[in-house]
Design a protein around this ligand. Structure first.
Ligand SMILES: [Zn+2]
Length: 322
């Protein structure tokens, strides 16, 4: 055999070269690979691994739905319940895992310990924007003719908003967000009228104890309905609502974000509006399972959560204007 160029290399050296080449190839295409395998959208990778592997952090409806599921596992999450405490802990752990600094705002109301969980990031980067959702659920399904004595599962009414905020906290490219951001998870929104309880107990407390005046407050509540139509809520700030609905339309969600007003609601945005803070309630109130035992996981869809999440992501991530 005449000399071949490879004859000077042992099989081991060749194997190392081939392996190194494959590694380089995999490394260069890691984003593509992870994308193909669906890893960037799933829950398999840890946040840090995902940041290393995936091209761009984009809101995933699947991951938000996973947060909804995790909350439902805790059963009744009414103020003072075991499930309520477990979900508060779940929220705290998730926020801390994503690098947010977390504060628990607790107080006693009618002999019950109430706690809001507040995550903060981008301190001092710009005006404060508060994104809010309630994590408690209604203790009695009083609109359920068959089971009015049972608790509301709260897949949509409670868990959907929390799911959206937690996933948002996970994917926001904070360097593109020109605000100091607070994610506020309110307790005791939803037991109004039961045993003399008021509505909005947690958000009222937070709004009354603000150390700064936020530029805006954006609430997400009941945003996961698979049959999604989000009208503008009539008590909300019109300019702010128009900006958010325009962003949704730009993303192709014009069918689901309907730019006309429908309901006028008492929700966690009201305590902020009363104090002169522009606030918007993003809520899909046409939901037949509201305050019934049928407000379950099967009514909530990943795509609905994703439309809301991606709209807020696009709204918040705006590089400083030229
Ligand atoms: Zn409710």
């Amino acid at each position: 055999m005449p000399d071949a160029p490879s004859s000077s290399q042992s099989p081991a050296v060749r194997a190392v070269i081939v392996l190194a080449f494959m590694f380089l190839l995999a490394f260069s295409f890691r984003e593509v690979l992870a994308g193909w395998l669906g890893l960037c959208q799933g829950t398999l990778l840890s946040p840090s691994l995902r940041r290393a592997l995936c091209a761009q952090e984009i809101f995933s409806g699947q991951r938000a739905l996973h947060h909804v599921q995790a909350q439902l596992k805790q059963g009744d999450r009414a103020p003072g319940s075991k499930g309520n405490a477990a979900v508060a802990e779940y929220i705290r752990a998730n926020l801390e895992g994503q690098g947010w600094s977390v504060q628990e705002q607790s107080f006693t109301y009618r002999d019950t310990m109430i706690r809001n969980i507040i995550g903060r990031t981008n301190a001092g980067r710009g005006p404060v924007i508060i994104m809010g959702a309630h994590f408690d659920t209604r203790h009695l399904a009083d609109r359920d003719t068959a089971h009015p004595e049972q608790p509301v599962p709260g897949a949509n009414d409670g868990a959907s908003g929390v799911g959206v905020l937690l996933e948002l906290g996970n994917v926001l490219d904070l360097e593109d967000v020109p605000y100091e951001l607070w994610l506020a998870f309110f307790d005791a929104e939803d037991n109004g009228g039961i045993d003399g309880w008021e509505w909005l107990v947690g958000s009222e407390y937070m709004a009354a104890h603000l150390s700064v005046t936020p530029e805006a407050m954006i609430l997400v509540d009941m945003v996961g309905d698979a049959d999604q139509q989000i009208y503008q809520e009539a008590n909300s700030d019109r300019d702010l609502a128009a900006q958010i609905w325009t962003k949704a339309a730009e993303l192709g969600y014009g069918q689901e974000f309907v730019p006309t007003q429908q309901w006028s609601l008492l929700d966690d945005h009201i305590p902020f509006i009363r104090r002169g803070i522009p606030a918007v309630d993003i809520i899909d109130f046409d939901y037949p399972y509201w305050h019934t035992t049928a407000d379950t996981l099967d009514k909530v869809s990943a795509s609905s959560l994703e439309r809301v999440g991606r709209t807020l992501e696009a709204f918040l991530e705006r590089p400083a204007s030229p």
